[in-house]
Write a protein that binds this ligand. Sequence first.
Ligand SMILES: Nc1ncnc2c1ncn2[C@@H]1O[C@H](COP(=O)(O)OP(=O)(O)OP(=O)(O)O)[C@@H](O)[C@H]1O
Ligand SMILES: [Mg+2]
Length: 382
Amino acid sequence: MAFGFGSNRFVGIDFGTASIKAVELSIKNNLPMVTNYGQVSLADLENGTPPQGRSYDEEIVLHLKALFDRMRPNGHSASVAIPAFIGLISFIEFPLMEESELQEAIRFEAHKYIPSPLEEVALSWEVVGKHSIPGGKGEKMEVLLVAALKKEVSRYEHYVSSAGFTSDFLELETFSIVRSIINKDPGLFLIIDIGSRATNLILVENGTIKVSRNLDMGGRDITRVLSESLNITEERAKVLKKSGKDFLMTPEAALVFPALQMIAREAERILTACQAKRPDVKCKQVILSGGTAQFTGLVQYYENLLKLPVVIGDPWKGVQYDARLAKKISELGSAFSVSLGLALHRVDTVLHKNDKSAILYQKPKKMSFLSKDYLESLIKTK
Ligand SMILES: Nc1ncnc2c1ncn2[C@@H]1O[C@H](COP(=O)(O)OP(=O)(O)OP(=O)(O)O)[C@@H](O)[C@H]1O
Ligand SMILES: [Mg+2]
């Protein structure tokens, strides 16, 4: 599916477990416009050894090439997200200090939070808040630290370069999801992104990540329960899962899905901890994202358990698209939040440069991503 608008194209690629998803945006009237999108299923790799003796990485490259062959994106660079479960997000408090000192202090402290030798890790950080210490004892600053193993970063770069593209920007998918689903909306939100293998729970206040947790469970655990409870094949269970039948809220059909219960318990833990720390701030909404957000009955089910308004996030809300795409885009829904968030970052960079008044969202001062230049500088300083 391709349209011919403008010349500036920005491609975001999400390497999910169930599929690789890509979106291409351009800029029209100073706003992002969808010019192309596509996804390729990884179902044949999800459960077991890749066919024909190829390695998983070789298969990913082949699938990505197949996706690009179909999409025929313009240009040769793309932004890439690293799965949240591969990276690490921590929060560290420091006494108020200059940025130059902070850099040193972070390097000194980081090893306490990162279980791998620092020379093997790509690090990035951002000051996310400042608050006073009770009793007039000065101020503290809160720093969000992002880390990923360099070899993992290289793996994703390798996928893209093997398909004939360069990766101009890499970040943890957590940031991409927040950018497309919440952007800078004011207030406190809990995003629950449920994919196939993994779930990300992200507490976000005024567009800034406050808490980020990953659980190793998702849509494929729902498939397994359906298959075992109804004594049907996983293939059949997958189809049934997406059929619109309500296995959560219809009493005669309801089944127990331990993965969904554990996700709710983690959400409760995050919300309770936040409430204890900040009794004055109330979570406005729980926002579901990822392909599994579309599991029929899930919104109502979580609304009952969490006693908060629950909605399915719309990552397409900040982009324009051809009216003929509306139906397809509504079907794709929140499964594209990562790829859209990536492409939106690139659009934002250009809009900042070209027209300072057309700001879609404010980029953090210190980048929360692992840019290629930044990674190279880390490797050089090693
Ligand atoms: N209508 C639907 N109802 C229920 N589940 C659905 C529906 N549509 C898609 N899914 C499920 O959503 C999951 C895929 O979601 P998504 O594309 O967000 O995952 P992913 O990014 O590939 O995986 P992960 O993030 O875990 O690596 C699959 O388990 C799929 O079966
Ligand atoms: Mg995903």
